[in-house]
Design a protein. Structure first.
Length: 176
């Protein structure tokens, strides 16, 4: 089941943090290098993540969190921003570690693409680390193309040589 969350009030923070648990724990060294207690540091990362979503992500025009739920569990998620009409920027695609290699990210991407197709022509862009072979293959399998050797972050308006720039193009009218 696909959830489309368009406001912070509709977000289930604890369920979402389970999707990002591994990344949040990895981010403790970056955000809180002086805290030795990793559980405490992880909670602080989670608090900061949720604060970012409330105060920045959902404060902007037209953002949405897309979450794939299976068997009552949130298993994969991503953020989507509409940069301008018909141009979307995808970020923070993540799948719970125990659900990886089971097609969850591909199902989520496919459902997001199908949802956007109902709105009309669009371009969906993403940056993927050149070291993340699983994500590269998932994007390619879902119809994305590598369009640049440096990923472009549309929100920060900067390029990253460590990423590939990916795009999915859809140019047909919505089905009636």
């Amino acid at each position: 089941m696909l959830h489309i969350i368009q406001s912070y009030a509709d977000l289930d923070g604890p369920r979402l943090m389970k999707v990002y648990a591994e990344s949040n724990r990895e981010n403790t060294d970056y955000f809180f290098p002086d805290i030795e207690d990793k559980d405490l540091a992880t909670r602080k990362v989670e608090e900061g993540f949720l604060q970012f979503l409330q105060q920045e992500f959902f404060a902007g025009p037209g953002p949405a969190y897309y979450v794939l739920e299976e068997a009552g569990e949130w298993v994969s998620a991503l953020r989507l921003n509409e940069i301008e009409p018909g141009l979307y920027y995808l970020e923070a695609l993540e799948t719970r570690p125990e659900r990886r290699r089971k097609g969850c990210a591909a199902r989520l991407l496919t459902e997001v693409i199908d949802h956007l197709k109902r709105k009309g022509p669009f371009r969906l862009c993403d940056c993927v680390s050149k070291r993340n072979e699983a994500s590269i293959q998932t994007h390619l399998a879902c119809g994305f193309q590598i369009v640049s050797e440096a990923g472009h972050d549309y929100l920060q308006n900067e390029d990253d040589e460590g990423d590939f720039g990916f795009a999915f193009f859809y140019d047909r009218s919505p089905q009636l």
